[in-house]
Design a protein around this ligand. Sequence first.
Ligand SMILES: Cc1ncc(COP(=O)(O)O)c(C=O)c1O
Length: 398
Amino acid sequence: MMKVSSRLAAIQGSVTLAIDAKAKAMKAAGIDVIGFGAGEPDFNTPAHICQAAKDALDQGKTRYTPAAGEPALRKAICSKLLRDNGLSYTPDQIVVNNGAKHSLFNAFQALLEPGDEVLVPSPYWVSYPELIKMAGGIPVAVMGDPENGFKTTALQFRNAITPKTRAIVLNSPNNPNGYVYTRGELEQIAQLLEDFDLYCVSDEIYEFLVYEGAEHISIASISPQAKERTIVINGMSKAYAMTGWRIGYTASPTNVAKAMTAFQSHSTSNVNSIAQYAAIAALSGPDLELRSMVAEFAKRRECVCKLIEETPGLSCIKPMGAFYVMMNVSSLFGKGIDGRVIDGSTAFTELLLEHAKVAVVPGIGFGADAFVRLSYAVSMETLQEGFRRIRSFVERLA
Ligand SMILES: Cc1ncc(COP(=O)(O)O)c(C=O)c1O
């Protein structure tokens, strides 16, 4: 067997994508699976965005673009950052990437020297540690307190800082925990950046998905010093139901943007030109669909939290943003079915899929084995049916 490099052998595949693939394979085999695993809106890309892509095709916008992205798109991103986040950037500070995941990949490549530590609020989105390792860095999980909705505080970050710490990851609104940092909390974290000469990689991909008056604030808008130390990560996937189009972007100090552009010019070159024109329409067009999507997520959030609390043995932390909920299943540990005992989130997930045909994501991949993550980017009917199955599964455990 051919050996792969130790660099690649150290990287784990995405647990969420693996679960999603398994559920999709079962569906393809004709099995009626309810999928709570996916991290994508169940809505279609709004029509005016699709139309812009069709127009771009008809107009022959099918050639290479500058590696950092079409100038018109980078301008539209600057307008968006000013309008929505109060951030003033120039187009040469923007780099358009193949999804926000690629933006994060480039950001860590730009910032890290081998052995540099990066603080990652935990439970975390599964890709952060692997993306950091790919850049030679060392991810350091900083566990939030479940009592505090898993929100990692500035003090917890402070206590994890060592002379090797180079950067802090922020992800607000958060996947998988759904918390949203307040201005006061961001001010404290911004102070740490200054005091300890750190960078911040601020993943704001869920910025519009906030509920009950929660407000998304970019740490880069806290002070000019914070902005100088931050790479803002954002993209089209979640807000515009454009997961398949693969458009993300970074906003950063000019020298970092320049380095990332050179790096990208040798790896992926530019992002798909048609998708870039669709993104311009998304950022500059009406936001009616976005607002109705958020209103629908807000209803589902209420519904899923109620369904969890009504199921004996289950509880949850009510999320303030994104479209995920962390469901605590630890009171079922020690119980079992068909001779198999639930000894953690992986066994719970496997048995639930096998016996109830419901797919969730085990918390162990996020660093929280007492929990499983459910995505509520599914219809109300799917939520109701999923929980009917979960309830009867839980009742069968002995
Ligand atoms: C926290 C977070 N950041 C980034 C991404 C990646 O988004 P994209 O589809 O734009 O690569 C995701 C997708 O699940 C996410 O949950």
